[in-house]
Design a protein around this ligand. Structure first.
Ligand code: RRO
Length: 314
């Protein structure tokens, strides 16, 4: 009986009727796009990562959809923090939907400047600090420098009293899983979101003997099928190392109900869909919800708690 199956989840006191959300960056740059996601079956929406001022981003072509995923080097095109903060203030909690406000300063000072605005605003939802944009030339991903992560969190939590999540890059070594977890466990972080795109991949078109995107000589962040095992590894490894009070959003390679099931088995509280949401638009949330409900029905699970984090080892 599918009627008794619930896809509800929560991050702290923030309740989501459905665990599915868009991933930051995909179909979430304008209020029109964000409203469409809020009107869909998704549990809420995430705003395009904001900078203090509006940005045009990198030169086009800057995103390429491929059979196994996507490569992008958007370069943070966005309408600026004031635009997204206003949307977040106006829409947070409406019709039971959550708005996650994503910020991605190009320096620690820019992050502090934006988080101060959020702190002083009426917005009472979740804020996500993106420490993992791979696509701004000359700027390295903060999430790979654990001392820099510690510095930004120390500066942030001196004044930031609202719930804060962190968007992190993929980690590839157990030393990295251990290192980032040690830092995060020292701070009142509400959740982490793993993974951002796998940075600085290179797709080659043998026909044209060329790269497929223009910025940075063709290097860009990978999403889609290419990244799912890396995403699952990050959800799993960080769930095993982080304090239970820190929730986890799983992002990476989700295009079916089975993909969501796997992320939740690894420990994801919520999940976000990037590349596949870009292909399909808001109907994807209904399709994947149905697929997940069917899987849960077959397995006799009624809630996500019935299998969250229960991945078996052999
Ligand atoms: O805008 C981008 O180029 C971008 C960002 Br901010 C990010 O966090 N991840 C990504 O793949 N692209």
């Amino acid at each position: 009986m599918q009627t008794k199956i619930s896809l509800a989840s929560h991050i702290g006191d923030y309740k989501f009727d459905n665990l599915l959300l868009n991933a930051a960056g995909v179909r979430c740059s304008t209020t029109d796009e964000l409203e469409k996601t809020l009107d869909s079956m998704a549990g809420g929406c995430v705003t395009k990562s904001a900078t203090p001022e509006e940005r045009a981003g990198n030169e086009s072509p800057r995103m390429k959809a491929l059979p196994l995923g996507s490569i992008n080097s958007m370069g943070l095109p966005n309408h600026g923090i004031d635009y997204y903060l206003k949307f977040a203030e106006e829409n947070q909690g409406q019709n039971g939907k959550q708005v996650i406000l994503s910020v991605a300063g190009l320096s620690i000072d820019q992050n502090i400047e934006m988080l101060k605005k959020v702190q002083e605003s009426a917005f009472d939802g979740l804020t996500e600090l993106n420490l993992s944009c791979p696509n701004v030339a000359g700027k390295s991903q903060v999430g790979y420098d654990f001392d820099a992560v510690r510095d930004v969190l120390t500066a942030t939590f001196k004044f930031f009293k609202k719930p804060l999540g962190l968007k992190l890059p993929p980690y590839f070594d157990f030393n990295q899983f251990n290192g980032i977890s040690e830092v995060l466990n020292d701070f009142p972080v509400t959740y982490i979101n793993v993974i951002n795109s796998i940075g600085n991949g290179l797709v080659v078109d043998p026909e044209t003997e060329s790269v497929v995107i223009k910025p940075k000589g063709g290097f860009g962040g990978l999403g889609g099928d290419y990244v799912k095992p890396t995403a699952l590894a990050n959800v799993r490894a960080l769930r095993q190392r982080l304090d239970p009070r820190i929730s986890i959003i799983g992002t990476g390679g989700i295009k079916s109900g089975m993909d969501v099931f796997e992320h939740v088995l690894c420990g994801a509280d919520l999940v976000q869909i990037g590349t596949a949401f870009g292909y399909e638009g808001t109907p994807i949330f209904e399709r994947i919800s149905k697929e997940l409900e069917e899987i849960m029905d077959k397995k006799g699970y009624q809630t996500l708690d019935d299998f969250r984090g229960k991945l078996k080892t052999i």
